[in-house]
Ligand binder design. Structure first.
Ligand SMILES: C[S@@+](CC[C@H](N)C(=O)[O-])C[C@H]1O[C@@H](n2cnc3c(N)ncnc32)[C@H](O)[C@@H]1O
Length: 208
């Protein structure tokens, strides 16, 4: 899948995807609870690390902005889908001076040690070369937090649904995540299960 198909998919569905965050109770009812679990898990890790600046890769409509900015953490959000960037900019305005939104994809991450933590929620699902992205995030920040879907029926159903629109979805077992970390020059410090939805992984540089 080309990165353009992934961007396009979320550009077309930005409002629909952002709507899942309007009501946690409703989202849980329709099986979207892990969206909230991965947000909370990321905020917990960022807080435990006393981070002051976070890179949010594929920030979408910006559901991470409020919990981080309200805790005093600055956020730089990246997303290449114009409709997502527009929603993220509206959300960023609610946190003056704390959030910057940039219209670019992860392929353009060139920073080194510019952040304390790089986060990617719901992004590795669609990335065909995950080690390249993880390596770029690990250069940009000493800690990386990212969600990964697990193989299984839930993933197969998503593969059919998204595949019909040219978007590939990838699944990861715990072993895959340890191997991926190694290929990217990182170690997996923690793999938090997200139920059937997979893992929230915390990676760091070895010995860091
Ligand atoms: C499933 S959404 C997740 C959004 C947000 N992180 C969240 O948890 O709600 C995936 C996001 O990745 C973005 N995306 C698509 N291509 C990308 C790329 N090349 N680099 C970074 N993000 C990308 C999409 O536009 C979309 O906003």
């Amino acid at each position: 899948m080309s990165p353009a198909e992934f961007d396009r998919y979320f550009h077309d569905r930005a409002s629909r995807f952002a709507a899942f965050y309007r009501s946690e109770a409703l989202s849980r009812l329709i099986g979207r609870g892990p969206l909230f679990d991965r947000l909370r898990g990321s905020v917990d890790i960022v807080t435990a690390l006393h981070a002051t600046h976070v890179l949010d890769v594929g920030c979408g409509s910006g559901p991470l902005f409020a919990p981080l900015a309200e805790g005093g953490v600055r956020v730089t959000g990246l997303d290449p889908a114009p409709a997502m960037v527009a929603l993220a900019q509206v959300e960023a305005q609610r946190h003056p001076g704390m959030v910057t939104v940039q219209d670019r994809g992860w392929e353009a991450i060139e920073e080194t040690d510019a952040y304390d933590v790089a986060v990617a929620l719901g992004v590795f699902d669609y990335v065909d070369e995950p080690a390249v992205l993880l390596e770029a995030m690990g250069r940009a920040a000493p800690h990386v937090v990212a969600s990964f879907p697990a193989p299984g029926l839930r993933l197969r159903l998503r593969q059919v649904r998204y595949g019909a629109r040219g978007v590939h979805v990838h699944g990861y077992r715990a072993d895959d995540l340890h191997r991926l970390a190694q290929r990217s020059g990182l170690v997996a410090l923690e793999l938090r299960p997200l139920g059937r939805a997979g893992y929230l992984a915390h990676f760091a540089r070895p010995g860091g």
